[in-house]
Design a protein around this ligand. Structure first.
Ligand code: ATP
Ligand code: MG
Length: 670
């Protein structure tokens, strides 16, 4: 405890200490990036423990499991000597709701052994509900993912599905009655079967607290302190849950930065943090004004970025750090050049003694990192893609690739089985039999003859006939196409997907596959494409087989997943208008401000060195390269004496560059 006191005195500045030592009651810390909000929260927890608050009466909420683990580790370091930190309830909102519902779901008529549905399961269930209403095959009807998204938004915003549909998904209006009926059915089915998806965990907990005052009283008596990090990204439902849990005691600490609110597309309301003083009158407000993360150069750039937003809580932020290099804006020839530039810089930094784990590459969407993943693998640079699965290892991506693999290499047993197993009506046993029959045929037999050979057909289960025929047809088409590139082949595969790609922006998998196809267009021959991708996969499989990745690993991450984290050297990629900001997000000023906050989150991850990189032109096409427009966020950075960055010149052209033709000027207003 003495050590903790010493740490409080030496490891915090006065502003931070004031927030840590604030007495009971509501506390709001609203401050800029890197000002020590998370650190302050951690110390506040440790101090409460030091003052004898039992660990199991504290609830510490954050947005990702990783952030939660990190904070608990820090609390353990500070308070582990005198408190059993393992008993503290810390984690994501979903985690906490899950634990509490396991105790109390009975009151809602649920079995406490309820099953939690992951995203995949929910999707299957939604697909079943559609099938029951015979809407599954109607191509104009929204896909299961789009419906899930809608239901999820309604839950998180705490609004009726009808309102969300009208306000946020007007495209669904023509089929609204059927959408409502399906959504209702989906909810009923879950309740009947004692299933909860992620959103239900929160929604049911809220209902429990509202409808059962005794349980609510018990829980708010249990939690003597509730603390929330990244409060700006809570949505209505999460905000309400926190309010219900803290109860009369109002012993709530929230920290956040409205300028880093980046989840409004999922219903986050940064008004939660702005309006906190109204909801908790008399709360203590603790500003933090020193930035400990970044050099003054990085911070100057970050401040220039966010100054463009009109909607924000005014905050001052000054750097505490030693000066460092001026951030660089780097145009490269194209996306390949971008991957090469980043790889080269990373190799150079490593040669100077910097560890890979102190570097990160950030981008708006995973697609922007595919070239880089290949380039890093070619150079043997170990990397980890945050947010779990690497792009090429996702099931649906592997499934699509399996078509190309098998057509090009008929002995690829894994690819064949992967494809056949997915066919409706084919089980594991028939998959084996089909493969054995196929393998027994002479290898020189052309693919169409092999797939229609009586020995093979004999093993197709009767109920799988239709599916197998579609499979045959597709494979024969892929095989017949003559020398075609991987892009063209994948286009065929996508066109033959069970749910033909109605352009539905909400269907994430279709989007992944479109990205894969677009990426494949960059390759001329299939073997090269497949071997490059295999290289990336093998590269990561190696790590997985050895039990763990090498301990010094580079991070690749979307900006969303980088929230709250920091690295010594940061690269932000793909800063092209339409990609970052996404073109979808520039249709109205609010969305554009959210994208700018996202850019602000990106640049404030850097401690020392920051590179803002973009491809100057597209990859070469028959008629030359196309000029790309740098991100408007780069164009907004001040130039001249107030410049906050150093802009490198674009590379010399290696051929004709075309400029996208602009349409005629709009007619002047009369
Ligand atoms: P973000 O807005 O990105 O979540 P934050 O406000 O939560 O940032 P922290 O992550 O807590 O900021 O702190 C940023 C960095 O500054 C960390 O490396 C932290 O250790 C360091 N830091 C914070 N306060 C101090 C301090 N008083 N003395 C030294 N270093 C500090
Ligand atoms: Mg933080």
């Amino acid at each position: 405890r003495l050590e903790l006191d010493a740490a409080l005195a030496t490891s915090l500045n006065e502003e931070q200490r004031a927030a840590v030592e604030a007495g009971e009651g509501p506390v709001l810390v609203i401050a800029g990036a890197g000002s020590g909000k998370t650190r302050t929260l951690t110390y506040r927890v440790a101090r409460m423990l030091a003052r004898g608050v039992p660990p199991d009466s504290l609830l510490l909420l954050t947005f990702t499991n990783k952030a939660a683990r990190e904070m608990l580790r820090r609390v353990e370091e500070l308070a582990g000597g005198f408190a059993d930190v393992g008993r503290l309830m810390g984690g994501t909102f979903h985690h906490a709701a899950h634990v509490l519902l396991r105790e109390h779901a009975g009151a809602l008529g649920f079995s406490t052994a309820f099953t939690v549905l992951d995203r995949e399961d929910s999707r299957d269930l939604m697909a079943t509900c559609l099938a029951e209403r015979k809407l599954r095959s109607d191509k104009r009807f929204p896909r299961p993912d789009a419906l899930l998204e809608l239901v999820s938004l309604a839950t998180n915003l705490q609004q009726p599905v009808s309102q969300v549909l009208v306000e946020r998904r007007p495209r669904m209006l023509p089929v609204a009655p059927e959408v409502f009926a399906t959504a209702r059915r989906f909810q009923q089915r879950k309740a009947q079967m004692h299933l909860m998806d992620y959103d239900d965990l929160l929604a049911h907990l809220k209902r429990l607290l509202e409808e059962h005052p005794a349980i609510r009283a018990e829980l708010s008596a249990r939690f003597q302190g509730v603390l929330v990090d990244e409060y700006q990204d809570t949505n209505r439902l999460q905000g309400d849950l926190v309010d219900l849990l803290v109860g009369e005691r109002r012993n709530l600490t929230v920290v956040g930065d409205d300028c880093q609110s980046i989840y409004s597309f999922r219903g986050a309301e940064f008004t939660n943090i702005i309006d906190f003083p109204q909801r908790y009158p008399g709360c203590g407000i603790y500003p933090l004004t020193r930035n400990y993360r970044s050099t003054p150069q990085v911070l100057r750039l970050a401040n220039a970025v966010i100054a463009r937003n009109t909607r924000q809580f005014p905050k001052a932020l000054v750097s505490d750090g030693a000066p460092g290099p001026v951030p660089q804006v780097v145009p490269t020839r194209d996306v390949k050049g971008q991957a090469a530039f980043v790889t080269e810089r990373i190799l150079a930094l490593r040669a100077q003694g910097q560890r890979l784990e102190s570097m990160a590459v950030l981008y708006r969407a995973h697609l922007h990192s595919l070239e880089l993943q290949l380039e890093l693998a070619r150079h043997g640079l170990p990397f980890r893609v945050r947010s779990g699965v690497r792009f090429f290892e996702q099931v649906h991506v592997k499934d699509a690739l399996a078509h190309l693999r098998w057509v090009h290499h008929r002995a690829d047993e894994l690819a064949f089985k992967r494809l056949v197993r997915r066919l409706p009506g084919v089980g594991a046993a028939s998959t084996e039999r089909l493969w054995t029959a196929l393998e027994a045929l002479p290898p020189e037999l052309p693919l169409p003859q092999a797939l229609t050979h009586p020995d093979v057909l004999a093993h197709v289960p009767r109920k799988a006939q239709a599916g197998f025929q579609r499979f045959q047809a597709l494979m024969i088409r892929l095989d017949a196409g003559g020398p075609r590139g991987p892009g063209a082949l994948l286009a065929d595969v996508l066109a033959a997907r069970e749910a033909p790609a109605t352009p539905d922006a909400d269907d994430l998998r279709a989007e992944d596959l479109r990205q894969l196809q677009e990426f494949a267009e960059r390759f001329e021959d299939v073997p090269r494409f497949l071997s490059d991708i295999a290289l990336v996969s093998e590269f990561s499989a190696q790590g997985a087989l050895d039990g763990e990745m090498p301990d010094d690993v580079l991070t690749l991450t979307t900006v969303h997943q980088a929230k709250g984290l920091e690295w010594r050297s940061v690269f932000v990629l793909g800063l092209v208008d339409g990609r970052f900001p996404l073109s979808l997000a520039t249709r109205n000023p609010e969305d554009e401000e959210e994208e700018r906050r996202l850019f602000y989150v990106a640049v404030t991850r850097a401690r020392e060195a920051l590179w803002l990189v973009y491809p100057h032109t597209s990859l070469p096409r028959e008629d030359g390269r196309m000029l790309l427009t740098p991100s408007r966020f780069l164009a907004e950075l001040p130039v001249g004496p107030d410049a906050v960055c150093e802009s490198l010149p674009p590379p010399e052209p290696d051929g004709p560059i075309r400029v996208r033709e602009l349409g005629p000027d709009p007619e002047p207003e009369p």
